[in-house]
Write a protein that binds this ligand. Sequence first.
Ligand code: ADP
Ligand code: MG
Length: 435
Amino acid sequence: MNIGQEILENLKEEITESEYKRYIKQLTYDVKKSTPELAIYYAPNALVVNWIKNKYTEKIAHLFEVKTGSKVTVKITLKNLLDKRKTKKTVEVKQGSSLLNPSHSFSNFMVGGSNQFAYAGVKSASEHPGTTYNPIFIYGGVGLGKTHLMQAAGNVLQNEGKVVIYTTVEQFLNDFIRHVRNKTMERFQEKYRKCDVLLIDDIQFLSGKEGIQEEFFHTFEALKGAGKQIIMTADKHPKKIGGLEARLQSRFEWGLVTDIQPPELETKIAIIEKKCEINKVKLSKEIVNYIATVIDSNVREIEGILSKLHAYSQLMHIEIDLEFTKNVLKDQMNEKRENLTMDTITEIVAKDLNIKPSEIRSKGRSKNIVYARRISIYICRELTQNTMPQLAQYFGMKDHTAISHTIKKINDLIKDDEDFKLKIDELTNKITTAS
Ligand code: ADP
Ligand code: MG
């Protein structure tokens, strides 16, 4: 028996029989590619990979350390890349399409204090297009329902036989370039200036792009002049976008400018219940409430979590209970963290403590620089997969022992000083929700 297999046998004694059969038994150890520092295991599919990563890697690593006396990184990965390729393909199809999503309807949109003005404005435009509020400009953070809401109006009007165009600024720009290249600008103008309703997403991407601003200005004038409804979204208020021609910016404010705020708990709960209904996922009230409190603002994450819950429970024949939900959510957070870099962490810490990121990585010995550097090192160790030598190199420290001293110091401080602990928690929160 190879060492990898032996470790799994040891693990068997620490977990239940059914856990072992369900997950651990599915793992195979790669004798060839594994090294004394790196243990590679394969799992049959992505769901099992995630599940095991989440629940067992630490245990496995610990058993290795006990057995061999050295620290081993445990890597759980897919047996073949087939599943990966499949998921990639579906994503591509989604992104390329500019059609209206039929489930983005008014009845599927939950209204609360955070979005009621935007809702009322868009609803009214869907009933009296081109008259009451024109244009409508909705702004707010990622995943708060801007696209959903604008498409809800689009769906209503399309069903009434109106010609509705939904596009992003990016697609509009690509379309423009293509028509310029093919010398078919009349067709471009015909298409965008003759529709009944224009829904255009992510207006902030017009910033600094003069050519397309000019074209969009004329499109806007033609539509507005003909009493056609225009709805736009952006991540900020028109005044804050910057790099916009004055005439465009002022026109964006002609009609209704309204924001969408992150949903309150009640609205979040209603949204989760709605999504469960649409996706035919059954969750107890307790679990719905739990998800609503854990997800801070981005509603888009809710769908990811529900489909994961659903998929895991189907695959593993498990009832979705609170324990299970907590695990899946943890998994979701970890996935987010995988993309986290040391640059991002130092940037956020530096900004928070009012110094420059370059100072954190310098040899500076002044008190606040050392303080910021220690905190950054600690958080990088917590949130990224970098080794101590990698951290030492990045932060310009002598070697890995300097790093482990720093981490020990911070750990001591956290134990002794409640305020300091709060500071670290706050920064960690900022960093993990930044993306
Ligand atoms: P944005 O365009 O603001 O980034 P989206 O419109 O793409 O956000 O919304 C992200 C996801 O969240 C979509 O699946 C959408 O259906 C859902 N969503 C957001 N707000 C609501 C809401 N109030 N009611 C129901 N679903 C919502
Ligand atoms: Mg959007």
